[in-house]
Design a protein around this ligand. Structure first.
Ligand code: BES
Ligand code: ZN
Length: 967
């Protein structure tokens, strides 16, 4: 049934370690690829630590940000600081010993605080620090008089707090200086001040670097670790004299450390006022390479290990130019004299916006233009734009608590498009927004398990769980919608107002709405309610509406209704929320005319628009360019009119709306809101479609149908039909990539080739085979022979259509170059014996398949339509052998992988039997539950839709030449 695809999309993919290189199930670019914790070895300790692995887009693995925190604060404990004592200036001195067997940091901190409410208890955050009690002092700043410390309460392991008790109440309005010494450990948790490593010339080298957001500054030094408790920071770090260090602010002096020959102190300029989570420093043997001074007014440097010095050109070029763009967009100068960006070998997030010292995963800062895919280059630009956008939105003005994290992350996720577009207009970022952010997050926000954008959070675990697609992608979508209904330029001026009003301070979303309201009022922008009233409906309610448009062809009007869009309706009637929104309606029948606008109020389920301004034989499209955050359904007549327009001249409908129409229609068909024939009718024009955006939107929808029909009698007709629409797209774009190809043509080619080759379009298959043959004769020229963008499809197609020689070559390349794309390609073989052989190899440690790649192999075999049943039988028949060879950690995940393609009662029975045979391992597993739910949904989908889709396909078979293009 309808639900199955959504479950597949959102839930299954979440645990699918499919990686991105060419697994069988098509060009669907869903990228949420969390790994089971056991799969990735810890590069430092050899112990499993990372829950996720780099995927193509950072937001995909942002979902969970778990840390191996030994002592989690107890639920319900009061974790907030009282707010009676506030920090003004920190002087921090840290000397890290970056040596195997030591890893300690000697620390000293002095904090000048204001007393705003009289108290004898000075509480601040601290975690995993060994504090030297004898060094704890409190003194009156003005008089210098010491205040007696009478007690020290250490609640680090429960509340992440320490409390210094003094003998007499501190006086309101006076300043005090608190000092203490402490020792911390450079940990391997990628949080706080931590250690990282890399290999250079065969030698392992170490560095120490910080990652404080959200609540880990307290692991590095005792501090008031809440975003509103802003202060100035003066940082001093020690290092071996041959090493380097860097921090938020410029270095002012370097001096020898007395008593420690060979060591020096680096003294940094005092920072601007900022939140503790933005403090950063790094001690390493990295080199800092300056950008061309002319590109911006601030000094810009890229820090990386020396070996990577040649990979910094791209970021050195775009970074300063993006910064310049933001200065002019926000109309506020970047307030620091310099901006460093550092590539860190072991890094938990994708990148971190520390003020003046942005840290990155290496892959987002270091780009090799010869081997990078178009997507990798785009990601590097997007990540830089995102973090630079934060220098204003987040750093200059910070959310007042983590419930409003979306003000940081939603905004940066919106601004990253504008910032990237400013330096790479060829990327057409604004066209990509709806694919990457809007249609992506619809899949998550359409589940009852979604959440409102703004929710209460208290514990560090709750805070970390906010870094998800709702804060980022949904946040960016509602901002984009707001900009559209206020008017982009008014919106831009409103942002400047907001940033100026709140600079060096904190703000909640109400402050943003107030600034936008003032701006809108001053420019006479008419709205049906206040900005706050409108936007509160989008930020405090989860989900989004389906807008149903039922036209009245006699009157020229329409009834427009709103209902919450859900991919699956449970019978939960206990939810008291009324799921209605302030809905900005936009519509058009002619893109050369101004967009027509109206509103559905939060109190209206439905409303009549008296005139759409369209004749009875003219189509109407709502949600122009998909600027708004809702889906749209039409009556059958309007769908017919749209279909006819697309066939007659699809360019009369905008690219975004073509993508929207297809994405909406297939999702509506999935939940049985419209007929599949109506959705499929909208694909009839695709043989003329050449644009990336609508194609990408529809292919990810059609992928599910492709999987479901594979074993059914309808499949040949489906394949014919798909070939008839995909082949012209492929032919128009061509197999061969050229230097001059625009960015989105490269993207299009990835989709078109992937489908054309898998559908067996002869030109595609032959080109792939001959490219592979060239590669076999010159295996060391991979980068010259195969474009990185096309690599996975070419390798996969050569294995699918080649023989033993192609397979042997791939295995050899995998073994000698550790290039897993060859291994993934091997899993695409069409020979059952090869696939079962691959699975057998997983059990043999001498087979040549690395232990770290076994999950990759199983997943890709299970995803292969021929391998799916083989994978299931392997699980059933070789259970004990798997357990002996690999332990039990894979069973739940593998079970789930197998379920994706299963859609028969016999398959379900087999899976249930397997579960019941292993009650301890499978009985209670969430993966198993979700997997079985997926299969049930698949079965229901087939029973509901097979007939209708079969009939439609029979009526839409390509007339001629179809045999020639099929293999
Ligand atoms: N502020 C975040 C980094 C972060 C993420 C800190 C999670 C703590 C927890 C940063 O601005 C960010 O959003 N990074 C993204 C990459 C970005 C380009 C989408 C990330 O790490 O996923
Ligand atoms: Zn961010």
């Amino acid at each position: 049934m309808a639900i199955s695809r959504s479950l597949l999309f959102v839930l299954l993919v979440a645990v699918c370690a499919a990686y991105d290189n060419g697994q069988y199930d098509g060009p669907d670019e869903v990228e949420l690829r969390l790994l089971e914790p056991a799969v990735v070895p810890d590069p430092v300790d050899g112990v499993s630590r990372w829950w996720y692995t780099p995927s193509q887009k950072a937001h995909i693995y942002r979902h969970k940000y778990p840390k191996n925190i030994e002592a989690q604060p107890r639920q319900g404990e009061d974790l907030r600081l009282p707010g009676d004592i506030l920090p003004r200036l920190y002087t921090i001195r840290l000397l890290p010993f970056i040596e195997v067997g030591n890893w300690t940091t000697d620390g000293y901190v002095e904090i000048v605080v204001d007393c705003v409410i009289s108290t004898v208890n000075i509480s601040m955050n601290s975690l995993d620090l060994t504090i030297d009690l004898a060094s704890v002092t409190v003194a009156d700043v003005q008089t210098g008089n010491p205040i007696d410390v009478v007690n020290f309460i250490d609640e680090q392991s429960t509340r992440e707090l320490i409390t210094i008790q003094v003998s007499q109440p501190l006086t309101v309005g006076r300043q005090y200086r608190i000092t203490m010494k402490f020792i911390s450990i450079l940990n391997a948790l990628l949080a706080g001040f931590y250690r990282s490593s890399y290999v250079e010339n065969g030698e392992t080298k170490y560095l120490a670097v910080t990652q404080f957001e959200a609540t880990d500054a307290r692991r590095s030094f005792p501090c008031f670790d809440e975003p509103t408790m802003k202060a100035n920071f003066t940082v001093t770090v020690g290092r071996p004299e041959t090493w380097t260090s860097t921090s938020n602010m410029p270095l002012i002096t370097t001096e020898p450390i007395v008593g420690m020959p060979g060591y020096v102190w680096d003294n940094y300029q005092t920072s601007v006022i900022m939140s503790s989570y933005l403090v950063a420093f790094m001690v390493s043997e990295f080199i800092g390479i300056p950008a061309e001074p002319g590109l911006s007014n601030v000094e810009f440097r890229i820090w990386a290990r020396a070996d990577a010095r040649n990979l910094t050109d791209y970021s050195r070029d775009i970074g300063p130019r993006i910064l310049e763009f933001f200065e002019s967009f926000y109309n506020i100068d970047y307030p620091l004299p310099k901006q460093d960006m550092a590539a860190i070998p072991d890094f938990a997030a994708g990148a971190m916006e520390n003020w003046g010292l942005i840290t990155y995963r290496e892959q987002y800062l270091l780009v090799d233009p010869n081997t990078a895919t178009a997507r990798a280059i785009q990601l590097a630009a997007v990540v830089s734009a995102h973090e630079l956008a934060h220098q204003w939105f987040g750093n200059l003005v910070t959310m007042d608590w983590w419930n409003a994290l979306w003000l940081n992350e939603g905004f940066a996720s919106y601004m990253e498009y504008l910032g990237t577009d400013a330096v790479e207009p060829d990327f057409k970022m604004n066209d990509q927004f709806i694919l990457e952010n809007l249609q992506y997050v619809f899949g998550i926000d359409a589940l009852e398990t979604s959440r409102p954008i703004n929710i209460e959070v208290n514990t560090p675990a709750e805070i970390n769980s906010m870094f998800d697609a709702i804060s980022y992608e949904k946040g960016s979508c509602v901002i984009r919608m707001c900009a559209d209904f206020i008017g982009f330029e008014t919106f831009q001026r409103g942002l400047t107002r907001y940033l100026n009003d709140n600079a060096y301070g904190n703000a909640g979303q109400d402050n943003l709405w107030a600034a936008l309201q003032t701006q809108a009022d001053s420019e006479n922008v008419l709205l049906p309610a206040t900005v706050k009233e409108i936007m509160d409906t989008w930020t405090f309610k989860m989900g989004f509406p389906l807008i149903t448009v039922t036209r009245n062809y006699q009157t020229g009007g329409a009834i427009v209704t709103q209902n919450r869009f859900l991919l699956r309706k449970s019978n939960d009637t206990t939810d008291p929320i009324v799921y209605q929104w302030w809905v900005p309606l936009t519509y058009t029948s002619d893109y050369t005319q101004a967009t027509k606008r109206d509103w559905l109020s939060v109190n209206e389920v439905s409303k009549t628009l008296t005139s759409l301004g369209a004749a009875a034989n003219q189509w109407v499209i709502f949600n122009v360019d998909q600027q708004n955050y809702y889906r749209v359904a039409y009556d059958a007549t309007n769908y017919g009119l749209i279909r006819d327009q697309l066939i007659a001249d699809h360019q009369r409908v905008s690219d975004n709306n073509r993508a929207q129409l297809l994405d909406d229609a297939f999702t509506l068909a999935l939940i049985e809101s419209i007929a599949y024939s109506e959705a499929l009718d909208l694909t009839l024009y695709l043989k003329n479609e050449r644009d990336y955006v609508p194609w990408h939107a529809v292919l990810s929808e059609l992928n599910y149908i492709d999987i479901m029909l594979y074993n059914l009698v309808e499949f040949p007709n489906w394949k014919n039909y798909m070939t008839s629409i995909v082949e012209p797209y492929y032919t128009a774009i061509g197999f061969q990539e050229t230097q001059a190809d625009p960015h989105l043509i490269k993207y299009s080619r990835i989709d078109a080739m992937n489908w054309a080759c898998r559908l067996g379009v002869a030109d595609c298959v032959q080109n792939a085979l001959s490219t592979y043959a060239t590669l076999m004769s010159q295996p060391d020229n991979l980068a010259q022979i195969v474009s990185p963008n096309e690599k996975s499809t070419i390798l996969r197609t050569a294995i699918e259509n080649g023989g033993q020689a192609e397979y042997d070559f791939a295995f050899n390349q995998y073994k000698t170059k550790e290039d897993t794309s060859f291994l993934v390609a091997m899993c695409a073989s069409k020979q059952a014996s090869v696939l079962s052989g691959l699975l057998e190899m997983l059990l043999d440690p001498t087979s040549g398949i690395l232990r770290s790649d076994v999950n990759l192999v199983f997943n890709n075999v299970a995803n292969n339509p021929i391998g799916n049943e083989i994978a299931l039988d392997f699980l059933i028949n070789r259970w004990d052998d798997i357990q002996n060879a690999l332990g039990s950690s894979f069973f739940g995940t593998w079970y789930r992988y197998v379920c994706t393609r299963q859609n028969t009662q016999a398959g379900l029975d087999k899976l249930i039997q397997l579960r019941d045979a292993h009650p301890v391992i499978l009985g209670n597993s969430n993966s198993v539950k979700q997997g079985l739910e997926t299969v049930e949904s698949n079965i229901k989908w087939v029973s509901l839709n097979q007939g209708e889709i079969g009939t439609w396909l029979a009526g839409h078979q390509p007339a001629k030449n179809s045999e020639a293009i099929r293999q």
